[in-house]
Design a protein around this ligand. Structure first.
Ligand code: SF4
Length: 392
């Protein structure tokens, strides 16, 4: 529920920054125009702030404890039940984990005991998303149901091909959200992008999930690239017609989108926004507007690692999800703090290996960090002591 804020008079209701933009930028860029249109639509979303980095502010107690110099257990953990995947996406950043030599699956008993263990430590949300397709593990839905019985919120990001109607019915009850990675409305385009001719099955599964009984939010994510930009509106129409709650449009982080493609993205998204109504949210990630690839890490250390580690299908526990594929790439890059196949999560968290990895972490060696904004915010919250701090 939105909080009650002081009531403004009608004359004040118009949002100031829009007027300022008109005065200062004059001829707006296409990105700016779309950004303001989106900002207005986004204010009415049922699932507002779904992808906002500042959601971390909800974790006030953990932030307070961390800022006070304690070492709290994380409240959220990402778990990869499997590195195997039945799709072969041309743009997958984790494709190296899907090779024949890798494709590990977490031991089923360990997966379930891990959920129990994390619940006991006070973890309140789990995310099942990678390194491969989570639904290629036979116990993923059991693990999600177990977590839900412990009162945890659970997210599942999947290619959707194995969310068969019987499993969809269970997920709709147990999960907090399920998001399908669906990058095309056109089956032939899907086959060329995902390396699997299973579009019809994914759409049938999406319909079944949306129609099933339960509180879980259902959405899809669309990765825009050169090959599918022409299909983004059609995909939004299809997803809406399937009964999903939202579609999220995104682009690669840290990779500059060529001006011509950027222009086509913005124009397609402008049309896609027409699909937004009280039953269907069209979500656009911020980076599409600014198309920024520049990142200077002014923070003194990685703060994010305290809040959301990732546990791989091989049992390795990583400082963050982005470290999944970077375990042996040289000084300061390795981010493995232990392995759940020979230790408990609590032992790893308090262990020597974690201490050493944190001590050796060189931020310059990290990939483009999708948690840059949270790191900047946490640097401020944990270290604010400005000489002119009374002025704001
Ligand atoms: S990639 Fe980002 S979140 Fe991960 S360890 Fe580096 S700075 Fe931290």
């Amino acid at each position: 529920m939105p909080r009650q804020l002081p009531v403004l008079g009608t004359a004040q209701k118009k949002v100031v920054n829009e007027d300022v933009a008109e005065l200062t930028s004059g001829a707006r860029t296409a990105a700016e125009s779309l950004g303001y249109r989106y900002a207005e639509i986004e204010r009415g979303h049922r699932f507002r702030f779904l992808f906002d980095p500042l959601r971390l502010l909800e974790q006030k107690d953990t932030i307070r404890a961390y800022a006070a110099g304690e070492d709290p257990f994380p409240k959220s953990v990402e778990i990869d039940p499997a590195n195997s995947c039945n799709h072969h996406c041309t743009f997958c950043i984790y494709s190296s984990l899907h090779s024949k030599e890798r494709s590990e699956r977490m031991d089923s008993e360990r997966l379930l005991s891990l959920v129990e263990e994390l619940a006991e430590l006070g973890v309140t949300s789990l995310l099942f998303v990678g390194g491969g397709e989570p639904m290629t593990h036979p116990k993923t839905v059991d693990a999600i149901e177990l977590a839900a019985r412990h009162g945890m919120s659970v997210g599942l990001v999947t290619n959707g091909s194995r969310v068969f109607p019987d499993l969809a019915a269970r997920l709709k009850q147990a999960a907090t959200y399920v998001r399908f990675s669906l990058d095309a409305a056109d089956p032939a385009l899907h086959a060329s992008l995902h390396g699997n001719n299973d579009h019809h099955r994914i759409i049938a599964n999406l319909r079944a999930l949306a129609a099933a009984d339960g509180p879980c939010t259902v959405g899809t994510g669309f990765f825009i690239n050169d090959a599918n930009v022409h299909d983004l509106v059609a995909c939004g129409e299809l997803v809406k017609e399937c009964g999903a709650n939202y579609i999220q449009y995104k682009s690669y982080s840290g990779v500059a989108v060529e001006p011509e493609l950027h222009e086509r993205m913005l124009s397609g998204l402008d049309q896609a926004l027409d699909l937004d109504d009280e039953h269907f949210d069209v979500q656009i990630v911020d980076r599409i507007f600014d198309n920024g690839t520049h990142q200077v890490r002014g923070y003194s250390r990685c703060h994010w690692q305290q809040f959301k580690p990732a546990i791989g299908a091989d049992g390795n526990v990583f400082l963050c999800a982005q470290k999944r594929t970077r375990t042996d790439a040289g000084d300061g890059i390795a981010g493995v703090i232990g392995n759940i196949n020979n230790s408990t999560f609590a032992e790893i968290w308090r262990g020597e290996q974690r201490r050493q990895v944190l001590e050796q972490l060189v931020l310059k060696s990290c990939p483009f960090c999708v948690h840059h904004q949270q790191n900047r915010m946490l640097e401020f919250l944990t270290g604010f002591d400005a000489p002119h701090g009374k002025f704001f």
